[in-house]
Design a protein around this ligand. Structure first.
Ligand code: DC
Length: 222
């Protein structure tokens, strides 16, 4: 039986960590769609375009080729043949991705690629519009969230552990702004699909969230 799992939710809810673990345990392919929006954003930044320049962005869309490949089970993102998996993790790229993912020209291109990836293999796909738009027929949809405070604390600890100095209040503000943009854009805003299961990870460990979703998946497959 084909089984795609759609995981949506706001930035910092732990989607990628959880989705990766679930994919590994179930032998599914993990698809991080945010990485695709980030790759496009990196190209836009490199071209020196402003996020508000929709016409300029639409004009270069055809020149952007995003590909996904897997190396030892890890997803790598190629931008016009270049592996940009590390560069796209910068804060600046994430903010640009949030700002430019509002445009139809950007979304149409990436949604088609995501649907192709899910058409031939079992995937655990995470993003903002997977359950509502990319895979509306996915047998299992999860809306994974956590409070703004919890998400900011997690991000703060992650950066501190990497030795990067940061400010908790600034991180919180950044998360709130990104949530607002992702939830209020005109095309495919972030929202819980009607048939998605809500999982609030604020007071749950990663293991608990993984076990909960795998349990739901096994129920659906039975
Ligand atoms: O999940 P992330 O932080 O890597 O995503 C970066 C941005 O990309 C996010 O703020 C909104 C956008 N995005 C989107 O619009 N739709 C998706 N399916 C995934 C990400």
């Amino acid at each position: 039986m084909r089984m795609n799992i759609a995981i949506d939710g706001p930035a910092g809810a732990g989607k990628s960590t959880i989705a990766k673990r679930i994919a590994k345990e179930l032998g599914f392919v993990y698809v991080d769609t945010g990485a695709m929006y980030r790759a496009m954003a990196l190209y836009i930044l490199r071209k020196g375009l402003d996020a508000s320049d929709e016409q300029g962005i639409a004009a270069i869309c055809d020149a952007i080729h995003v590909e996904i490949r897997y190396c030892d089970g890890e997803q790598q993102v190629l931008l016009n043949g270049e592996d940009v998996s590390t560069q796209i993790r910068q804060e600046e790229v994430g903010n640009m991705a949030s700002a430019t993912s509002v445009y139809g020209c950007v979304r149409t291109k990436l949604v088609a690629l995501q649907q192709q990836l899910a058409a031939t293999q079992n995937v655990v796909m995470d993003g903002r519009d997977i359950g509502t738009c990319v895979l509306p027929d996915a047998p299992l949809k999860i809306y994974l969230t956590a409070s703004v405070e919890t998400r900011a604390q997690r991000r703060y600890r992650e950066l501190c552990d990497k030795g990067i100095s940061c400010d908790l209040q600034a991180i919180m503000k950044d998360i709130e702004e990104r949530d607002y943009r992702d939830m209020h854009r005109e095309i495919s805003p972030l929202r819980q699909a009607d048939d998605a299961v809500l999982v609030d990870s604020s007071d749950m460990t990663i293991d608990e969230v993984v076990a909960c979703i795998i349990g739901l998946c096994k129920e659906r497959m039975a």
